[in-house]
Design a binder for this molecule. Structure first.
Ligand SMILES: O=C(O)CCC(=O)C(=O)O
Ligand SMILES: [Fe+2]
Length: 342
């Protein structure tokens, strides 16, 4: 009896220590066998219980931000996407220029970034590399000013109903490829019930150089209802057999450099990077609720938050945007020789 009680207490102790949604979800879904959809709901509630102060302060900060008057774009609940451009947003043009310069210098030096820890995103895909380094983000403050301006953050926070965190900040370069794998196939993202990804074209993108494609919210709902595995990667013909002609229900993120699309990639099915000619260069900034089910793995923003942001004039909610998980802070800092903060 005492042994069983000990075991129960031990399990409760281990569960109580789980802070990350990913681990908690896996415990519920894989170990205990609760179905995925219910496991996700419980995980979300768990995260609110574990981080109640974050929940309240983010809600309050969002309410305060709502009082600011901005007139850029709006993300409607029943649409799930919006378009704008670098010219409409503060530090938009500067960010575009910085990204173009980074890509030019990468191409000139043919830098390889496999396994280089200084890169923000160590994970590469065969059809896409991420060129942004931690040093770039720390030294080029316009990049962060762009991602944190009220003109951008207000409509996103309004849609997400909280001040989110920036989960990823990536600069993607894709060359012609013949693969059809992973995010090149139709899929839904799974971080939470909602998230917003900003896609900013850094070069001109047309159908042949691999634009992001996405389905309208209605078509996405139809597709989701007709697949049994929510994590499926679906080829075009299968999508068509499930929901009808793709061309009538999908949108393409094409246009000239500087065009911006904001997309809820959880609610809208999407795919991209099927580059056949030329190249596609795109900036991607992910905004995701702090209490999301699946956390991101981008550590550099935590570093920026802990460094003294110079230059002044940062909106008061910026630290909220930059810190996503206290555990991660420890993990990242434990690695020697990577501290770029002066
Ligand atoms: O490469 C693309 O256009 C799609 C990327 C994607 O699936 C995502 O950002 O969630
Ligand atoms: Fe995706």
């Amino acid at each position: 009896m005492a042994k069983q009680l000990n075991l129960v207490l031990y399990v409760l102790y281990r569960v109580a220590k789980l802070r990350r949604g990913r681990e908690f979800l896996s415990l519920l879904n894989h170990k205990i066998g609760i179905n995925l959809s219910l496991s996700r709901k419980i995980t979300k509630i768990w995260k609110v219980i574990v981080f109640p102060v974050e929940w309240v302060t983010r809600k309050l900060a969002q309410k305060r931000l709502n009082q600011v008057n901005v007139d850029t774009f709006s993300l409607c609940d029943d649409i799930g996407w919006a378009v704008t451009s670098c010219d409409q947003l503060p530090w938009g043009r500067e960010t575009l220029k910085i990204c173009q310069n980074l890509v030019d210098s990468h191409i000139q030096h043919q830098a390889t970034h496999d396994c280089d820890p200084s890169f923000v995103n160590a994970v590469t895909k065969s059809f896409r590399i991420d060129l942004l380094t931690r040093a770039d983000l720390l030294s080029q403050q316009d990049l962060l000013r762009f991602a944190t301006s009220p003109e951008l953050v207000l409509p996103i926070s309004h849609y997400l109903r909280t001040i989110p965190v920036i989960g990823h900040y990536e600069l993607w370069l894709s060359y012609p490829n013949s693969t059809l794998e992973s995010s090149q196939c139709w899929h839904f993202d799974h971080e939470d019930k909602r998230q917003v990804k900003l896609f900013c074209l850094i070069n001109d993108v047309w159908p042949e150089n691999g634009p992001t494609n996405f389905l309208s919210l209605n078509a996405s709902r139809k597709l989701r209802a007709s697949i049994s595995n929510p994590y499926s990667r679906i080829i075009d013909s299968e999508v068509e057999s499930l929901i009808g002609v793709l061309q009538e229900q999908s949108h393409q993120v094409t246009g000239q450099a500087g065009a911006i699309t904001l997309l809820d990639t959880v609610r809208c099915a999407h795919m991209g990077a099927r580059v056949r000619q030329g190249k596609r260069i795109m900036l991607m900034i992910q905004y995701v609720p702090f209490h999301c089910v699946l956390e991101s793995n981008c550590h550099v923003l935590v570093d920026i938050n802990s460094s003294n942001l110079t230059g002044g004039g940062w909106p008061e909610y910026v630290p909220h945007l930059l810190i996503d998980n206290p555990d991660k802070n420890i993990l990242w800092r434990a690695k020697p020789g990577q501290n770029l903060i002066h």
